[in-house]
Structure formats: structure tokens, C-alpha cells
Design a protein around this ligand. Structure first.
Ligand SMILES: [Fe+2]
Length: 219
């Protein structure tokens, strides 16, 4: 069973495969094959709603925030898919449950207004991170965005944006998606990044997901 399909699984498919465990009912015995399947997390567009300078916090959404509670946690790993990266800087930003960002002015990356549903955090000594938030809402691609005109009006699947960097590794910008979203297949970004789609579990507090991020070495 693919671990991405199992709610609450502790490892991403990428990490799981490197561990030489069972793949499709057969034992993945060849280290060379395992190495081949271990690869850096693929990058995605920054998107028009990134803003520089979000506050340091891991609880993006307070208890008053409308929407289903969501916790995403994971480990940032080096290119071998098993060495944790401590003190990696993670920026996260997302739309609210209604699909609205705290700015609706696309491309104003240095907007100094109040930050909402955005934050920065560092991974701990074991490379781990954890964010508390709400499920992001879907929203349409704004019309007439330079270079994205052909996608204007299509509904983006729910997603959370990440930027991850560390001194000795190559930074990655990506979007995290959620399995079962009917808009993934038509989305020109989500459909190209199946490894960045995670299954969500649920407990009495809300939804839970695990997403490990692998950074390429910078030298
Ligand atoms: Fe977005």
C-alpha cells in the first residue's frame, strides 16, 4: 500500500522508499533502486500571493479562524532522504477557508500590511517542523496575470505554499496539495507534482498530515 494513501502515515513515499521497505507487495531490496527513488522535493511556482517578512510563528491560525483545523508536520531531510536538516527556515502561506489571502493584490511581495495565515519557522534539532492552521480554501486564478492568462478563472485545488532554505542546500519553493481534491487533475501545477500531494487523516481535533521535504545539496 502506498504510504501516501494511508492517513497518518509517518513517512512520505519518498522517505518510505529509501528505507528499502515493501513496494507494491514486493521487497525493494536493491540499494541502487532505492537511491534512484530518493530525490529532492520538486519545486513549484512562488505564486502571486507570496509576501516577504511574515512573522515567526508555527500557529498560523488562531482558534477564532473559520474552517476545519489542520496540522501538518514533517521532517526536512538532506539529499540522502534520511539525514535531518536542523535549523532549516520554512516560510508558509495560504488562503483562508474561503479561498482569500490576506492580500488580494497579486504580485505585491513587499506589502507591509498585517500578515495573516503566514509564518516562518525553523526546523528543530531533528529537522522537524509542525504548523497549526485551517484547511485552505480553493480560489480561482486571477484573470490577466502576466504569463498566466490562459489559466485565468480555473479553480486551484486547496494548497499551502512553502519555501524552505538552509545554508548548505538548494532552497525549494513548493505547494502542498491534498489527496482527493477534484481540482488537482486540471491544475497545471498540482498535476505536475504528485509527490507534493499528501493524504490527510483525522482525529477529534481536525485533519492531520505528514509531509517530509528533501533538499538537494548545494555543493
Ligand atoms: Fe496559492
Amino acid at each position: 500500500m502506498d504510504k501516501r494513501q494511508r492517513p497518518g502515515a509517518g513517512l512520505t513515499r519518498r522517505h518510505f522508499l529509501y528505507g528499502g521497505a515493501v513496494l507494491g507487495g514486493g521487497l525493494l531490496a536493491a540499494p541502487a533502486l532505492a537511491q534512484q527513488l530518493c530525490r529532492p522535493t520538486t519545486g513549484d511556482i512562488l505564486g502571486p500571493y507570496y509576501r516577504f517578512g511574515a512573522p515567526f510563528l508555527a500557529q498560523l491560525a488562531g482558534p477564532e479562524e473559520a474552517g476545519e483545523r489542520l496540522v501538518v508536520s514533517g521532517t526536512v531531510l538532506s539529499a540522502d532522504c534520511r539525514t535531518p536538516i536542523a535549523n532549516a527556515l520554512i516560510e508558509v502561506w495560504q488562503a483562508n477557508g474561503a479561498g482569500l489571502y490576506d492580500t488580494q493584490t497579486p504580485g505585491n511581495y513587499t506589502d507591509k500590511g498585517r500578515f495573516h495565515l503566514r509564518g516562518m519557522l525553523y526546523t528543530d534539532a531533528q529537522g522537524r517542523y509542525r504548523i497549526e492552521t485551517v484547511m485552505p480554501g480553493r480560489y480561482p486564478v486571477p484573470p490577466n496575470l502576466p504569463g498566466l492568462e490562459q489559466y485565468g478563472g480555473i479553480t486551484r485545488p486547496a494548497h499551502i505554499h512553502f519555501r524552505v532554505m538552509e545554508a548548505l542546500h538548494v532552497p525549494v519553493t513548493l505547494q502542498l496539495y491534498f489527496a482527493g481534491d477534484p481540482h488537482i487533475a486540471e491544475d497545471p501545477w498540482a498535476s505536475q507534482h504528485p509527490d507534493n500531494v499528501i493524504a490527510l487523516g483525522a482525529d477529534g481535533q481536525g485533519r492531520r498530515g505528514t509531509f517530509d521535504i528533501v533538499l538537494a545539496r548545494g555543493f
